[in-house]
Structures are given as C-alpha cells and as structure tokens.
Design a protein around this ligand. Structure first.
Ligand code: ZN
Length: 67
C-alpha cells in the first residue's frame, strides 16, 4: 500500500484562510470531515494536505495574487 496517500497527514490546510487545521477525520486517503478553527469552514473538500496545497499552488490553479 502506498503509505504516502493513505496515511493521515499531520495537518490539513484550509483553502479559505490557508491556516493549518488539526481537527479532521481521515479515511482511505482522503478527508472525510474537517473543521477549521480559524474561519469556521467545515467543507471537507476545501481542505488540502500540505502536499496537495503545494502542488495546487505550483499548478497555477491557485488564484491568489501576491505570492
Ligand atoms: Zn479556515
């Protein structure tokens, strides 16, 4: 089993406020539930692992200006 994608990350990043989020449920390689304590976001698909977040940022899909 590829431990890279199935093991739970240490934290997730909330896409709404880009804060690390430690309150989440991880199941079968993806986020099943997550709550951001900073902005209150609880929409699981909007949380990314650090790895996904970086890939997203470098792909150019990330629309933030000011990087
Ligand atoms: Zn947030």
């Amino acid at each position: 089993m590829p431990r890279r994608s199935l093991s739970a990350p240490e934290y997730l990043i909330c896409c709404d406020c880009e804060s690390p989020c430690y309150v989440f449920e991880w199941s079968e390689g993806e986020v099943s539930e997550a709550v951001c304590e900073v902005c209150g976001n609880d929409d699981a698909p909007t949380f990314l692992t650090e790895e996904q977040f970086e890939a997203y940022a470098y792909s150019g899909a990330w629309s933030y200006v000011g990087r």
